[in-house]
Design a protein around this ligand. Structure first.
Ligand code: F6P
Length: 546
């Protein structure tokens, strides 16, 4: 196998450093001035998705060096290794095969010599049957009533994907059913979710890959108590009101859920890459199996595009490389994702886990510390709300924040002029960020000299605009797979294990240690640092006072 040099020693990296010095001050106004066709040249269309990346601080030479970086980093063979099922999650010795979740029925993908595709479809088919029974009212609760409330209990990847997808595809959902999502260990989350609900009409989906996560198991137990108390029934009622999505059959049956009502997935599906596995059960109940399969088709099309398109027309690769360009050369620490569609309001929150739990790492695959920045902070809000909140900083602040604008040509709710107004804002924001408004222009409007600098927009603030036809299950699948592959490509270049998450462990362990210290009725000797001790003592004293 060819050895790959550490990132900052790669020839392409060094070329990028030299090139960066040459172009770092060039303004987008100049790039556009020099090339009137730029707006079309730096645009790419695939799968009904158009990416305008012309408002980035790049020229053809930048792209040439970035593509060389992708090659030198072994991106092509890394993609093949992932799709093939190699154990690329090295710290957990696991394959990374979320792409197998949406492979065609007749595909063959092997893990340890076993073709996993029949397993994937066995679960999908069982999910389909279950969804049909819930949606048709054939599935009855313990008291004989059909289910109308579906509550997904899960956290992280077992929550963010389901909530995001439900919100995104609400327009395709069965409106006679109510969907709620409980994730936080804060009892308020559960209490507010079940407020006013009839337990006899309520189904809980306990979604947890491990079935050991403190938050989820606590909420699941509270849900069980609420249900049995509300129904005045015994344990036998659980089977009609609880189903599980997990990889851990033993823990599922220990909890009292019949494993006949368990929908499995596998250790080769990472939590944050699982919304298209059985973790998407609530999504499938909401939108129906046919729409769910449409979504999987969208994922699959993006997988094929990522795997086969040349770098110049490969949307995930282009966006991944642009992200690296800003992160590592312009030192931009964050990326704003700005969907101009209200249905995508949870998309930035979903991306936070996908991107930051994946690439928020400082150790390379060979165990050495990096000497470059890795995962950017992803954040955002749907447009136009963000414009009246944090866009000030993006336009005139001291930090460079590259933006991904996401928009659709057709609205799912074509009300009056709303959609044209919405889209005018997307185009205007990208334009304003790139070109700004010079001091000369400000002065020419008669603005007082002292005020002019406040009203100047320096511009040269980069953005991508992703334009799709309309928000459908398939386009959502494409969008999610797009960002999954951006994360993957960046992880390969940064030489990280994008599929583990050791950084969440320490806090979990310490919390487990503190719980008995908060609950103990007896005075006890605390052995933490003085700050933690003082906080615990104050909490105990305040609780004692009532
Ligand atoms: O936050 C850590 C994490 O392990 C995530 O990666 C995962 O999505 C989440 O917890 C939930 O885990 P589980 O599905 O096992 O309950």
């Amino acid at each position: 196998m060819k050895t790959i040099a550490p990132l900052t020693q790669r020839a392409s990296w060094k070329s990028l450093e030299v090139h960066f010095e040459k172009i770092r001050e060039v303004h987008l106004r100049d790039w556009f001035g020099q090339d009137p066709a730029r707006g079309r040249v730096f645009g790419v269309e695939a799968l009904g998705m158009y990416l305008d990346y012309s408002k980035n601080r790049i020229d053809q030479e930048t792209l040439k060096h970035l593509f060389a970086l992708a090659d030198e980093s072994g991106l092509r063979s890394a993609i093949e290794a992932m799709f093939r099922g190699d154990a690329i999650n090295i710290t957990e010795n696991r394959a990374v095969l979320h792409t197998a979740l949406r492979a065609p029925r007749d595909a063959r993908v092997e893990v340890a010599g076993r073709n996993v595709i029949p397993d994937v479809y066995e679960v999908l088919d069982r999910m389909g049957g279950f969804c049909d029974r819930i949606r048709s009212g054939q599935w009855k609760g313990h008291a004989g009533k059909p289910i109308v409330n579906i509550i997904n209990i899960g956290i992280g990847g077992s929550d963010l994907g389901p909530v995001m997808a439900y919100e995104a595809l609400k327009s395709y959902s069965d409106r006679s059913l109510k969907f709620l999502f409980v994730s936080n260990v804060d009892g308020t989350d559960f209490a507010e979710a079940v407020e006013g609900l009839d337990p006899a009409e309520t189904l809980f989906i306990v979604a947890s890959k491990t079935f050991t996560t403190q938050e989820t198991m606590t909420n699941a137990q509270t849900a069980k108590d609420w249900l049995l108390q509300g129904l005045g029934a015994g344990q036998e009622a659980v089977a009609k009101h609880f189903v599980a999505v997990s990889t851990n059959a033993t823990k599922v049956s220990e909890f009292g859920i019949d494993t006949a009502n368990m929908f499995g997935f596998w250790d080769w599906v990472g939590g944050r890459y699982s919304m298209d596995s059985a973790i998407g059960l609530s999504t499938m109940i909401a939108i129906g199996p046919a729409n769910f399969h449409e979504m999987l088709t969208g994922f699959r099309q993006m997988d094929e595009h990522f795997r086969t398109a040349p770098w110049e027309s490969n949307i995930p690769v282009l966006m991944a490389l642009l992200g690296i360009w800003y992160n590592n050369f312009f030192q931009a620490a964050s990326i704003a994702v700005l969907p101009y569609d209200q249905y995508l309001k949870r998309f930035p929150a979903y991306l936070q886990q996908l991107t930051m739990e994946s690439n928020g790492k400082r150790v390379t695959l060979s165990g050495s510390y990096v000497d470059y920045d890795t995962g950017a902070v992803y954040w955002g809000e749907p447009g136009t709300n963000g414009q009246h909140s944090f866009y000030q900083l993006i336009h005139q602040g001291t930090r460079l924040i590259p933006c991904d604008f996401i928009a659709f040509c057709h609205s799912l709710n074509p009300v009056g002029r709303h959609h044209d107004l919405l889209m005018a804002n997307v185009f205007a924001q990208a334009e304003a960020l790139a070109f700004g408004k010079t001091l000369t222009e400000v002065r020419s409007e008669g603005t007082a000299e002292w005020l002019a600098p406040h009203r100047e927009f320096d511009g040269n603030r980069p953005s991508n605009v992703l334009l799709l036809e309309r928000l459908t299950p398939a386009s959502l699948g494409k969008l999610v797979a797009l960002y999954e592959h951006i994360v993957f490509a960046q992880g390969v270049i940064w030489n990280l294990d994008s599929f583990d998450q050791w950084g969440v462990e320490l806090g979990k362990v310490l919390a487990q240690r503190i719980v008995p210290e908060l609950e103990s009725p007896e005075p006890l000797e605390l052995r933490h640092d003085s700050s933690t001790n003082a906080l615990i003592e104050r909490y105990r004293a305040t609780r004692k006072k009532g």
